[in-house]
Every structure is written in C-alpha cells, then in structure tokens.
Design a protein around this ligand. Structure first.
Ligand SMILES: Nc1ncnc2c1ncn2[C@@H]1O[C@H](COP(=O)(O)OP(=O)(O)OP(=O)(O)O)[C@@H](O)[C@H]1O
Ligand SMILES: [Mg+2]
Length: 323
C-alpha cells in the first residue's frame, strides 16, 4: 500500500477501496465475520497497520476493537437488528512524532472499507484553516473545510488551539460550535479526529464538555522506547533502500540514547530527521572519493562515521540543536 508520506495541512485522498458504501447498506448477505472481512478487505489494512508500524500495541488493539464493533454492526444490520450510526469521533493524544497522523490515515482507510465513510480521504487541518481573523470569516472557513472533509476524516491537529479562554471574543469558539453541530448531525458522513498532546488535550476537553462527550474513542500514543526507535530506523531505511553497517547500527543506538535526553526530542520524527542527515553525510563522504567505483553496497550502506559526526556526540554541547 501507499507509504503514508504526508505533509500538512492538506488533502490527501486515499485510493478508493472496493465494496465501500456510505449509509447502512441493504443486506449484503454476509452472515459471518469472515464473510464481512472478505467483502471489505479490512483485514488487509489491519495487517498492514500491524506490519508497517513498530510498537503502538495499545493503539493497534483499540483499532482492532473498533473494527470488530463495526463488523458486528454490519452483521446486525444485515439481519435487520436495530442499529444506530455508531459514534466514531476520536481523540489521538501523544507527544510529537508518535505516529498520530500516520495512524489517522490508516484509520480513514479502515472506516472507508467498513462503509462508515464514503470516500476515506483525510483532511488534516490546524486552527488557522478553520478560524478567520475577522468577524464573519470563521463560519465560511470552517464550513469550507467541513465540505472538503465530508465522506472522510477530518483530522484537527493541536485541536486545543481552537479554544483560547484568555481571549473573550475569540473566533475559535465559533468554529467549535459549527463542528459540534456537524459531529452530531452528520455522523454518518464525517469522522472527526482531534489530535494533540495529552495534558493540553485534557484541559481542552474539560473546558469543552460538549466536544468531549461526542468523542467516543480516546487513543493514547505512548513515547517509543529505544528498541522501538531503533526498529523504526531499520524500517525507514529499508523503505528507502539503505542499511546500516553493523557499526553504524551500534552508533545509531548510542545516538538515540543521547538524543532522547535532549530537548525537543520528537520520537519517530527525530529518527526520520537523523536518518536524513546521515544520508547527507554518506553522500558527502562518497562524493569526496571521486575515482572510486561505487557498487550497490557502497551506495546503500550508512557507516558509523555518518552517524558519529552528529553534533549529539560532541562533548559539552548537550543543549545544542541536534544536528
Ligand atoms: N510506529 C511507527 N513505525 C514506523 N514509523 C513510524 C511510526 N510512528 C511514526 N512513524 C514515522 O514517523 C514520522 C512521524 O510520524 P507522525 O507524523 O505520524 O507523528 P505525529 O504523532 O503525527 O507527530 P506530530 O505530533 O509531530 O504531528 C512519520 O514519518 C511516520 O511514518
Ligand atoms: Mg502529526
């Protein structure tokens, strides 16, 4: 499947999946979980989620639970049992780089395959996309974003910026009210995911009980352990056709242990950035060897020196920018 390369804010439509219907479909004949799974091919997305993303055990378990609920709902609907559109709005809390945006993209696919949203695209926004600067600008902005997101998932990053209690006449409140209405009335056509850091999100929900009560699923993204970060680095390198030499792998582990102690550590995002810089150093190193014939191995291998040249290893610069 597509690598979830993704820049924000923006719209990124995902490829249409087969057999997806928006509103509760008529009896499609499925009577067993296996039949629904075969019809929707949702198992495949769940397997990819498991395989592509390192760690995140609790998050993956919650997603399986949600998928199970939706599969059973579908079987119930097939037998004509009363069912209301399940509330699927969610909050994703966690530190930077813990995989929130990546998982939201997968979630959109799962919801699409299970027929909960018509298109399964994800529209990622922040406050500035929803809230205007002047009176009368917010409602049209918010409605425009909602229109784009209809039939998919609206992902609001750092959602707490919508609410600024210090500013009595803040237009964010207007956006929240419109959102609330749509979250309640158009549940069958739009899933909203509010994302951000735990503590701020908790305060935000306390101040906005209306929003909080409409969120059915709270998913908490833990920080990664060093082993997980190392595994993430391996998986990122494999995707890009690179590899660590044995010494480079050991050096990268040391890098992680040091980098974790420093400010602005951003989990998997920091891993990605560190690898980008290591590739840059590898390129400079190879560039300097003008006459050398470079075989696949040379072009694909990051050596220890490509890691150890990082500023993280320089003594006496604990708080320097981690280059
Ligand atoms: N568990 C994981 N396994 C492999 N790669 C991961 C994992 N989690 C995150 N990544 C990668 O790390 C990068 C950052 O992830 P992502 O953007 O999803 O994090 P985020 O929680 O949304 O961060 P932010 O709060 O900074 O927006 C992405 O390139 C993503 O592919
Ligand atoms: Mg993100």
């Amino acid at each position: 499947m597509d690598a979830p390369a993704f820049s924000m804010p923006g719209v990124r439509p995902t490829a249409p999946a087969p057999a997806a219907q928006a509103s509760a479909p008529a009896d499609d004949g499925a009577r067993s979980v296996a039949q629904v799974l075969a019809q929707t091919q949702v198992e495949q997305v769940l397997a990819e989620l498991d395989h592509d993303l390192v760690g995140l055990g609790p998050v993956k378990a919650r997603i399986r639970d949600i998928a199970a609920l939706l599969v059973i709902d579908r079987l119930r609907a097939n037998l004509g049992l009363a069912s209301q559109a399940p509330s699927l709005h969610m909050s994703f809390t966690g530190h930077p780089g813990t995989g929130k945006t990546t998982v939201a993209l997968r979630m959109a696919q799962i919801l699409h395959r299970l027929g909960q949203v018509r298109q399964g695209h994800l529209v990622a926004v922040t406050r500035d996309d929803l809230v205007g600067q002047y009176i009368g600008h917010t409602a049209p902005k918010t409605r425009e974003v909602l229109k784009r997101a209809m039939g998919g998932v609206l992902f609001i990053d750092e959602a707490y910026y919508l609410y600024r209690p210090e500013n009595e006449r803040d237009y964010g409140q207007e956006a929240i009210e419109i959102l609330l209405q749509v979250m309640e009335n158009q549940r069958a056509d739009l899933v909203v995911i509010l994302a951000g850091y735990h503590e701020r999100m908790a305060t935000f929900f306390q101040s906005n009980p209306g929003l909080s009560s409409r969120i059915a699923h709270h998913l908490d993204f833990p920080d990664y352990q060093v082993d997980e970060l190392q595994a993430i680095s391996q998986s990122m390198l494999t995707q890009q056709n690179y590899r660590f030499s044995e010494a480079a792998a050991a050096a990268f582990r040391q890098y992680l242990e040091r980098r974790l102690q420093q400010p602005h550590f951003a989990n998997a995002r920091s891993v990605r950035n560190a690898l980008d810089r290591a590739r840059l150093r590898q390129a400079s190193r190879l560039f300097a060897e003008r006459g050398r014939e470079l075989d696949r191995d040379a072009l694909c291998t990051l050596e220890a020196q490509d890691i150890l040249a990082s500023r993280v290893f320089r003594a006496g610069q604990p708080s320097a920018a981690p280059l």
